[in-house]
Design a binder for this molecule. Structure first.
Ligand SMILES: [Fe+2]
Length: 345
């Protein structure tokens, strides 16, 4: 089950070109391309005549020509030419999807187009801030349900076992978690005071000695996460901490796009408040983060299979409180949306 009235990431902006391409979002096949002006277009990827995907046809200026009988569609999905010389049937159209390019990503609205509001796209603080550096990598394909990844991103504890050698340190095993509900999601967070920095961060922070570390794991409906890491010299952190001029902040953005019930496309990048123009640092951070995300992928791939094939019930622990709240609320949002859609049919 998926929330339809929401923006999802369809692609990195540079993945969409003047070539017709098929993408799949929420089990729907969509033909994406750029108009001559550069504007991104997304159309239902099935000619209404014999359902050949439009992505197997040709782009003609700002029109798409079906590769079977030449039915031609404009960027609003309306058929403007059909063979045979007769009237074009009124059903000769394909569904257009609202799309919007922002933050180097192409966002797509999968529900009622009348509700699509680009102001609701996940806000990325510091995206264009010259004082902040960015590192990113290619989208990853995860062979699991998207909610296993939202679970993972509401779970600061897993780093102790999955990311040993990068994000893990002893305190990540058992420092108590706090859960905050917001209007649009859940935050699971904690401060770990006067601890040695974890290996990945030790390489990048600008101070030595022990730190106060914050893990802020926030997921917003339906499947978008901000993981904020704060490292500040020991004694300057905590909820009321003064922080410090050397405080290191890394905001990790994670956007999960369900492809099907069992596959997910995962888009990610990080923003940091230090050395914005240091390309070598960006490269190292991308490589390390990608390595860590491969560790997540290996675990979640096996968890997907484990849960699907389980022969006894699975259990929940107190550390799962954020995930369970998130899932319960999202389920309610999907049920409400489904009920309203049914009433309007
Ligand atoms: Fe992880």
């Amino acid at each position: 089950m998926f929330l339809k009235n929401a923006w999802y990431v369809a692609a990195w902006a540079n993945e969409i070109t003047r070539e017709l391409q098929q993408i799949t979002v929420l089990n729907e096949k969509i033909c994406v391309f750029r108009m001559e002006s550069g504007e991104v277009i997304a159309l239902e990827d099935a000619c209404p005549h014999r359902k050949l995907p439009l992505s197997k046809g040709r782009i003609k200026g700002d029109h798409v020509e079906c590769g079977y009988h030449g039915l031609t569609f404009d960027c609003a999905g309306q058929c403007v030419w059909a063979p045979g010389g007769g009237r074009i049937p009124s059903a000769a159209k394909v569904r257009p999807y609202p799309v919007h390019e922002k933050f180097g990503l192409v966002w797509i609205w999968m529900g009622n187009a009348a509700l699509a509001d680009t102001d609701e796209i996940f806000e990325i603080e510091h995206f264009d801030d010259p004082a902040w550096g960015i590192n990113k990598g290619a989208a990853m394909d995860l062979p699991c349900n998207y909610l296993l990844m939202t679970d993972n991103l509401l779970d600061p504890t897993h780093v102790a076992w999955v990311h040993d050698g990068s994000f893990a340190q002893d305190a990540t095993k058992d420092t108590p978690l706090r859960i905050t509900k917001t209007d649009d999601g859940i935050i699971v967070h904690r401060w770990m005071m006067d601890v040695e920095p974890a290996p990945f961060y030790k390489k990048v922070i600008g101070f030595t000695g022990n730190c106060d570390r914050k893990q802020h794991y926030e997921v917003r409906y339906p499947s978008h996460a901000l993981i904020r890491a704060i490292f500040t010299p020991a004694g300057t952190g905590g909820d009321d901490g003064a922080l410090h001029e050397d405080t290191f902040i890394m905001d990790s953005y994670n956007f999960m796009t369900p492809v099907s019930e069992t596959t997910t496309r995962y888009y990610w990048f990080q923003l940091r408040n230090i050395r914005p123009d240091d390309q070598a640092l960006s490269k190292m951070m991308s490589a390390d983060v990608q390595h860590a995300f491969e560790e997540d992928r290996a675990v979640l791939t096996a968890v997907q299979i484990g849960l699907a094939e389980k022969t006894s019930p699975h259990i929940d622990l107190p550390i799962d409180g954020g995930q369970l709240r998130f899932r319960r609320k999202l389920e309610a949002m999907i049920a409400e949306e489904t009920a309203v859609d049914a009433a309007l049919m």
